[in-house]
Write a protein that binds this ligand. Structure first.
Ligand SMILES: Cc1ncc(COP(=O)(O)O)c(C=O)c1O
Length: 448
């Protein structure tokens, strides 16, 4: 291993980082993380902080989850790889598909298609949606609907349904036939509506309007996050998802919930669909499926697709990844699922989520820089920072970075994305860890 001087000298120079400008990485080299324990991480200088980001919304069980580590090493010794393409399978992938089918039974999903991560899961669901309608004899249903401010990964299909210009503009033209509906984002919306329930109705009406305008028989699927995550933790009013489900049903449109963040307990429920009491036709999952220890994902499939594909000899899936059903990923996921259930992480996610959310509301009373606090559903919380509360002018990047850096120096890694400060810590966070994050943030806001 190279020494720390070498690593610091080359940091930001040789590797292009996701979602970052290479020049910025050179000018402001990223933090070099070298160690971890429990819910904390340690950098190259030995500075240890609570990880308020949970890796990247994925390390739900923390960094010391022995059963998952053991499952990975045992599987590497037994069968490090075999493909699940036509003609072969592997024992762990079969067992995992059974366990996931049981886990997601209440969501009406009992088959799995395995992927290598969240973007893959999104791409898979969009492709299967088009194929579903072709098989049904409605080949004209090719368009996709999604929410503005939604995030659906970075493959071409996912970027096309993404609702944030930052992830789109440099790569356009994207997939034709993707249309975006206003998000139920109470703090800022085109209707100037401040009542969440009324706003949910307006957004649902906008969805109906777009369907009528496009023609329902041209639309394959609506994809949405049950709670918008990367777009700034935007939970809709509880009436919103059921209204979307009903509208999709009425118009023959598949509903895909993108639960790359929300599945496996983050919202204080086992899935975002279950949180809102709906059953999607497909659900995209990844991230916490292996606690971030191995790149892996699964699209879970409901009855509409199962009945059609499993009854039709022509329904050949012309899609898949070398690492679909990777035995090491599957072993990690099996161990992760068992540990997630054993620890009943939804309970702690809900309790610590309430603590963080209430704590952020208290910080808002003290610091004018906080314009909005969003959360209240498990360990997904965001604060939107503004330079002026009345005009809601977003904070400038330098001030946002002062908050982040001061919080880091005071004991917590937090994530800044545009004007949003996002908290998504491991679901095994303790009360003391949550207080440490809030104290570090207090210092950050004071410095700003
Ligand atoms: C809702 C959602 N969908 C898809 C993705 C893409 O996942 P990945 O980065 O694993 O490709 C993400 C990543 O944050 C996500 O939050």
């Amino acid at each position: 291993m190279k020494d720390s001087n070498f690593l610091k000298e080359n940091n930001g120079r040789l590797m292009w980082h996701p979602m970052t400008s290479p020049k910025d990485s050179i000018d402001n080299p990223p933090k070099i993380i070298t160690g971890s324990d429990g819910v904390s991480i340690t950098d190259i200088d030995g500075h240890r902080v609570v990880d308020g980001v949970g890796g990247l919304w994925n390390v739900n069980l923390g960094y010391s989850c022995r059963p998952v580590k053991d499952a990975i090493t045992t599987q590497l010794d037994r069968l490090p790889y075999y493909s699940t393409f036509r003609g072969t399978s592997n024992d762990v992938a079969i067992e995992l598909s059974y366990e996931l089918g049981e886990f997601f039974k209440p969501d009406g999903l009992s088959r799995a298609f395995f992927t290598s991560g969240g973007s893959d899961s999104v791409e898979t669901s969009l492709r299967l949606a088009r194929q579903y309608h072709k098989l049904r004899g409605e080949p004209g249903r090719v368009k996709f609907l999604s929410l503005k401010k939604g995030y659906h990964g970075t493959h071409v299909g996912g970027a096309s349904v993404n609702g944030n210009a930052n992830f789109r503009n440099a790569y356009e033209p994207l997939l034709p036939g993707c249309y975006h509906i206003p998000a139920p984002y109470t703090y800022r919306n085109p209707f100037n509506e401040t009542d969440p329930e009324r706003l949910a109705q307006l957004c649902a009406a906008a969805l109906e309007d777009e369907i009528a305008f496009q023609g329902a028989n041209t639309i394959a699927a609506m994809i949405m996050e049950p709670i918008l995550g990367a777009g700034g933790v935007i939970p809709p009013h509880k009436s919103f998802a059921p209204m979307v489900r009903e509208i999709c049903n009425r118009n023959g449109i598949l509903l895909i919930t993108d639960e790359v963040i929300t599945a496996y307990g983050r919202t204080g429920a086992w899935s975002g669909a279950r949180l809102w009491g709906i059953q999607p036709d497909m659900m995209c999952t990844a991230k916490a499926i292996t606690n971030g220890y191995f790149p892996f994902g699964a699209v879970m499939l409901g009855d509409k697709l199962i009945e059609l594909f499993e009854d039709n000899p022509d329904a050949k899936i012309g899609h898949g990844y070398t690492y679909s059903g990777h035995p090491v990923g599957a072993a990690a996921a099996l161990a992760c699922l068992a540990e997630t259930k054993r620890l009943n992480v939804i309970e702690n996610a809900a309790d610590r989520g309430t603590q963080l959310y209430q704590g952020c509301l208290k910080l808002m009373e003290k610091h004018d820089i906080i314009g909005d606090v969003r959360g209240g559903y498990g360990l997904m919380t965001a604060m939107e920072m503004v330079s002026d509360r009345r005009s809601k002018k977003p904070i400038d990047a330098a001030t946002a970075s002062t908050v982040q850096e001061t919080a880091y120096q005071n004991g917590a890694m937090v994530r800044v994305s545009g004007p949003n400060l996002i908290l998504s810590p491991p679901l095994v966070l303790t009360e003391t860890d949550a207080s440490a994050i809030l104290n570090a943030l207090d210092a950050g806001f004071r410095a700003a």
